[in-house]
Structures are given as C-alpha cells and as structure tokens.
Design a protein around this ligand. Structure first.
Ligand SMILES: [Ca+2]
Ligand SMILES: [Ca+2]
Length: 464
C-alpha cells in the first residue's frame, strides 16, 4: 500500500504529466464545442526549438467542419486549400516567424457538424531549416493531432439557453431579441382599404387571415460573407395582408423589408449587433419594381428599426416617403400614420417553420421566394457605393426573356415598364394607356424606348 503522502505526490505527477501531454507544441482551442454552431477556433503553436524559427504551418481541417473565415494574422500570409466544390479543406500560413520559446496564434471561424463527433486537426510545423514536425498521429502516438470534441445540442428539450428549432445555426432566443431590437416603424395609410397587416391561422397549410391587427412576422438567419470578418445575420420583417386592393389587386399580399446586421460572432448578445443596410421590397421581379435600400447609418437606424412607408392598397415598402410613387405610379403614401405595435411572430425558416407558420410554403402567394437573402453581391456593392446618398433604388436586373409585368390584367398597358433603375432602356408596349406610364417615366429624366406589341407577346406575366 502506498503511504498517503506518496499517493498525493504520485497523483500530482500524473496530473502534471497529463497536462504536458495534452498541451504540447500545437493545440487547437476550444477542445470542446457545441454541434451545429459557429465557433471561433484558435490554433496555438509553441516553438519548442532552441534556436530555429517556425516559419510555416500546413493545416488540414477535419472534413466535417465548414470553415467560414479567418482572422488576419499580422506578418503571416494565408493560402487556402480548397476542393473541387470550393470547400476549404486546409490552410498554409507562411511568411512569418515564431521565435524559439515563443508562440503564435491563428484564429478562424467554422461551423461545427450537428452530430456528436471528434474533430482531428492535422498540423505540420515547418522551421526555418525546412524541417517538418508533424502533429498528425492518432491519440497516444508521439505527436498526436490536436482534437476537439463536438457535442450535439439536444433540440427536443426546448429548455436551456441554447435552442435552434428552425435549424439555422442562430440561437432562437437571439433571433427573438434581434427581431425586437430592429423592428421597423411601419407607416401605413389611415384609410388603407385592407386596414392593417393580418394575423394568419397557425398550422394551416393555406394562408387564412384571422385578424387584421398589425401582426408582423419575422425571419432571422445567417448570411455568409466568407471574405469578411465577423458574423452576419439577415432579418426579414413581413407585413402580410389579406388582399392587395390597389390597382390590379388580388387576394393575399406578401410584402417585406429586411436588414443586414453584424457582430463579432454569433455568440454576441443582441445589444452588440449593429444594422449595416436596409432593404425595402416593392413589386419585386416585376417591371414596376421599385425596391429600395440604404445604409443604416444614412437612416440613423444602426441600433434600431428604420421607418418604413407602406403604400396605400398595394403595400409596397419604401424607406423614404418621397419614393412612395415609383411603382409605375401605382403607389401613394398620403394619410400616413404609425401603425401601433402588434404581435411579432418568428416564422422560422422555409424548411423548418416556427409558431405554426406552415402557410409560408403555400403556392397561393410568393412568400417562400422572399425567404432568401435580399443582399446579393450586386445589392451590397450598390449600397456600399451609395455613400451618404440616402435611399437608392435597387431593382434586380431582369433578363429580357424573364421580364415580368405588374398587374397581369386589363390594365396591363399602363404598367409595362422596363427595368429603368438598372440603367437600361425602358420598354413600354403599345397600348392606349401607355401615356400613363410614360408620364411617370419622363419625370425621372431617362431615355424612353417604346416598342410594339411584339414585346408584349414575348413577355411572361406574373403577379407582384
Ligand atoms: Ca434559429
Ligand atoms: Ca431563423
């Protein structure tokens, strides 16, 4: 039997030994992470050599991991190794130096796999003499790979601080807090023929309005911008109406505005998130599109919701009251009042609805099409270039063969307008009511191209 004092000594030695083994020259932190989340990993390299600098690192990432971005490491160049699909499989840092007895840290963000698994990092350290030290071995070998344990998050429990019922990698609590923080002020027409945005019956596959009470539906999801530092979350606010009662009206009217927000990481609390850009959709993908956007700073809406004007009857969204006339003249904002705050309901994602919002997938309205990002590279570039111009027009570029028409009924002629805001020529089909659209256009001072009925025949028709 080992005497008590000696036993303690033995335990201490074992612990110290274990510590030196698990914290060798190359480590990756954290050693434990949640499944299905974005985690900042730190590769820490200690140069254990007495007299030679470490000058390069060659890393192979665990294949179940999705690397999203790297923090710039001063003095080091980063080369990415990608597979045929463009997925980042490894990285080489070179051009810098870690002196003997010093250490260097290399940080990057990655999405962990959802299931419980062990991540093995294969790291090769290369010194100034070209000597390679490989940390690629199995557990228990002389130079084992650093390992991170990933533990699946139990979604069923619904308790605890981290839930992600709509499976988008954003904590649902954070989604709700961000929705609240950036809720816009909606200005609606006091005499709108449909009253206020509607609340819809939960768990119904078809959209069934049950009250016109100003309910706003929200959607919060990650936006991947791999070349930029930090985490981006896009938030959509849907004002859903039981009908469009403007020109060329129809039942059910799905409209929205959105905001792109930023923080250092997805783990930051709602208070740390800042709005970058706002987008307001108006008659999207029709020839009368008047979608508009602005830098959040230009609207003084970086820390809170922007003010949004909703046109009478047609319910197009505008970030500036004076723009509320651009949708082929079909939009007006006259007797505007701030809509009282109603319910704010998170609809989750298209493939994982929350709060019974299964009606998002109904073919009776184009809501599902609006549940994707509004901030493609082109839109981001135009918003970034807008400087202090305030609200700018953001129509999508319509390929001529896909040109679509607002209205799609007998008043068609008045609405056949081309994608003028994208700087293209404007096309108006011949019709007795063409002058109505022509007026709206000539005031914007661009060239006008009137084409014959041939164009009308070649166009597709789609309701806004
Ligand atoms: Ca979520
Ligand atoms: Ca979501």
């Amino acid at each position: 039997m080992i005497p008590h004092g000696r036993l303690l000594f033995f335990v201490v030695v074992c612990v110290l030994f274990a510590a030196t083994v698990s914290f060798g020259a190359v480590t990756v932190l954290p050693t434990e992470a949640k499944g299905g989340t974005t985690v900042q990993f730190t590769l820490r390299v200690s140069n254990e050599s007495r007299n030679t600098d470490t000058v390069a690192l060659d890393v192979e990432f665990p294949s179940s991991l999705t690397i999203t971005e790297f923090e710039t490491t001063r003095g080091w160049k980063l080369f990415l190794k990608k597979d045929a699909s463009g997925k980042i499989r490894g990285a080489i840092w070179s051009g810098g130096a870690i002196a003997p007895h010093a250490h260097g840290e290399f940080k990057f963000l990655a999405e962990t796999p959802a299931e419980t698994t062990e991540l093995q990092w294969k790291v090769v350290e290369i010194d100034a003499k070209g000597k390679r030290k490989e940390y690629t071995g199995a557990k228990g070998s002389r130079n084992p790979s650093p390992v991170t344990m990933v533990k699946a998050v139990k979604l069923e429990s619904g308790n605890g601080p981290w839930r992600d019922h709509d499976r988008d990698g954003v904590a649902d609590d954070l989604e709700q807090e961000l929705l609240l923080k950036f809720t816009p002020i909606f200005m609606v027409d006091a005499h709108d023929c449909d009253g206020m945005p509607a609340e819809f019956m939960p768990d119904s596959k078809e959209p069934r309005p049950i009250a016109k009470n100003g309910t706003i539906y929200g959607q919060v999801f990650r936006k991947d911008l791999p070349t930029l530092f930090g985490a981006f979350v896009e938030i959509h606010y849907y004002h859903l109406w039981s009908r469009d009662c403007g020109r060329a009206g129809h039942s059910l009217d799905a409209e929205h505005v959105s905001v792109l927000t930023w923080a250092n990481s997805l783990q930051e609390p709602a208070s740390a998130w800042k709005a970058l850009y706002w987008y307001a959709a108006t008659h999207e993908e029709t020839l009368c599109e008047a979608s508009n956007g602005a830098k959040a700073s230009a609207l003084a809406a970086e820390e809170r919701g922007a003010t949004v004007w909703v046109s009478r009857g047609k319910h197009g969204s505008f970030l500036n009251e004076s723009k509320c006339r651009l949708g082929c003249g079909g939009d007006t904002c006259r007797d505007m009042i701030a809509m009282p705050a109603g319910k704010l309901v998170n609809i989750g994602e298209a493939d994982a609805p929350l709060n019974g919002a299964v009606w998002t997938g109904s073919k009776r309205w184009p809501l599902k099409d609006k549940m994707h990002t509004d901030f493609n590279d082109d839109v981001l570039a135009r918003l970034e270039d807008s400087g202090t111009a305030g609200v700018i027009s953001l129509n999508s570029h319509l390929p001529p063969t896909k040109a679509v028409i607002l209205g799609g009924n007998s008043s068609l002629g008045a609405f056949l307008i081309g994608n003028a805001w994208a700087g293209r020529s404007l096309s108006i089909a011949g019709s007795e009511s063409v002058h109505a659209a022509g007026r709206a256009f000539t005031t914007s001072g661009k060239s006008l191209l009137i084409v014959g009925r041939k164009l009308g025949a070649g166009l597709g028709f789609k309701r806004d």
